[in-house]
Write a protein that binds this ligand. Structure first.
Ligand code: GAR
Length: 209
């Protein structure tokens, strides 16, 4: 058994995005509605044209683009992000459609303090286009997972999941749309779980106290 995360000592979030930002919006709404006692200190996108940056700025949140292509190495890119996050007191990083793999530099800095949302019932269908993978496989139950991020792709301890039944007439798009509704519901809940503490990691199991 390991202790509940000693790295999360505040309630300042950093949200990393690459695109649309609807999960970011769900977090913004949860903070605004008082369902999530946290502040979103900064939103970082690796793409300057990410619509999520506009959502963040519309909500009055500091939002910056850090283009991974501008750096000679992944490590340099990650150090730049770490500087922006730590400079604003961020203690928990939430990946919300952030489509870059994180390396050791970032993972070591935010040990057990990075959450990701993935649109499948992990460990099924890791990687890209998970909803289409699930649909093409013919599963009858799809869903969404929020997990702590480790070096294993979509593989860290699972914090929360929600199931979404697959209908015979679903397309990848209709299935993804219903999964997205559940994503927006459970991400804020999972962030709250992490911030409220009292949890441990046992093996690869996330266990609430
Ligand atoms: C979401 O469906 C999220 O689960 C997925 O990207 C989408 C981002 O949408 N993430 C992954 O597939 C990570 N492997 P959003 O920008 O509207 O939140």
């Amino acid at each position: 058994m390991s202790d509940a995360n000693p790295h999360i000592s505040g309630r300042a979030l950093g949200v990393l995005i690459s695109g649309r930002g609807s999960n970011l919006q769900a977090l913004v709404d949860a903070v605004r509605d008082g369902r999530l006692d946290a502040t979103i200190a900064v939103v970082i996108s690796n793409r300057a044209d990410a619509p999520g940056l506009v959502r963040a700025r519309d909500a009055g949140i500091d939002a910056i683009a850090i283009d991974h292509r501008a750096f000679p190495s992944r490590e340099d890119f990650e150090r730049a992000m770490i500087g922006e996050l730590r400079g604003r007191g961020v203690s928990l990083v939430c990946l919300a459609g952030f489509m870059r793999l994180l390396g050791r530099t970032f993972l070591d800095e935010f040990q057990n303090a990075i959450l990701n949302i993935h649109p499948s019932l992990l460990p099924a269908f890791p990687g890209v286009d998970a909803q289409r993978q699930a649909w093409a496989h013919g599963v009858k139950v799809a869903g969404v997972t929020v997990h702590l991020v480790t070096g294993e792709l979509d593989g860290g301890p699972i914090v929360a999941q929600a199931a979404v039944p697959v209908r015979d007439d679903d397309t990848p798009e209709t299935l993804a749309a219903r999964i997205l509704i559940e994503e927006h519901r459970i991400y804020a809940e999972a962030v709250k779980t992490i911030l409220d503490g009292g949890w441990t990691i046992e093996g690869r199991r996330f266990v609430r106290g």
